[in-house]
Design a protein around this ligand. Structure first.
Ligand SMILES: [Fe+2]
Length: 204
């Protein structure tokens, strides 16, 4: 096995009432596992890629052999995005970010409320399946970006700091077609400590 499913770090039901246990279990144990299995199958005969960090592979997909490029993009993206997603959630999450990331958000967007407003607008507008991100550009400026399917900021030269999965598999059991309710709930379980770490790690 090349990639394995990382443990959640909290119980499936730990994010209730904001995200229900059944959604978390299916999302983590089945959807995330499937991305990992498909990525591993694609890389089975590619030893060079097996030794490369996934973030590097996704940052330069043009170097991936064409016959597996789309699978690596979709399932490598799915693996990377979900690895990140679980760490950006916490039963003790929510509130407003403090420290450098909190200041950077205020500087970029004017206020935390305005950042939330813009992020929510982007998340509600995603057509079909995708992700909304707070990401750093090459000048370490924060940007809200939307990516389709399992694409992510690495594929467009950015670095992810915070990401929200807006695939229906992330919320449909609990929220059905009410994506805005899921988005509003998600703010209550954001692990800002992890987001702050991402910001420090990716800042240049
Ligand atoms: Fe997902």
């Amino acid at each position: 096995m090349l990639y394995t499913l990382p443990p959640l770090g909290y119980e499936f039901g730990a994010l209730e009432p904001y995200i229900d246990a059944q959604t978390m279990e299916i999302h983590h144990d089945r959807h995330h596992q499937a991305y990992i299995d498909n990525l591993n199958a694609a890389l089975a005969n590619h030893l060079g890629l097996q030794n490369k960090p996934l973030s590097e592979i996704l940052s330069s997909l043009e170097l991936v052999p064409e016959d597996i490029r789309l699978v690596v993009r979709n399932h490598g993206g799915g693996t990377y995005n979900h690895n990140l997603f679980w760490t950006m959630l916490s039963p003790q999450g929510g509130g407003e970010p403090r420290g450098p990331i909190g200041q950077a958000i205020k500087q970029r967007f004017g206020s935390f409320a305005e950042f939330q407003h813009q992020f929510n607008l982007s998340a509600k507008k995603v057509f079909g399946s995708g992700w909304v991100w707070l990401a750093l550009d090459q000048f370490s400026n924060l940007q809200i970006v939307v990516t389709a399917n399992q694409d992510n900021p690495l594929m467009i030269g950015l670095r992810p700091v915070l990401g929200l999965d807006v695939w229906e598999h992330a919320y449909y059991l609990q929220y059905q077609n009410r994506r805005p309710d899921y988005i509003n709930a998600w703010w209550h379980v954001i692990n800002w400590e992890q987001v702050a770490e991402n910001y420090e790690r990716f800042k240049v």
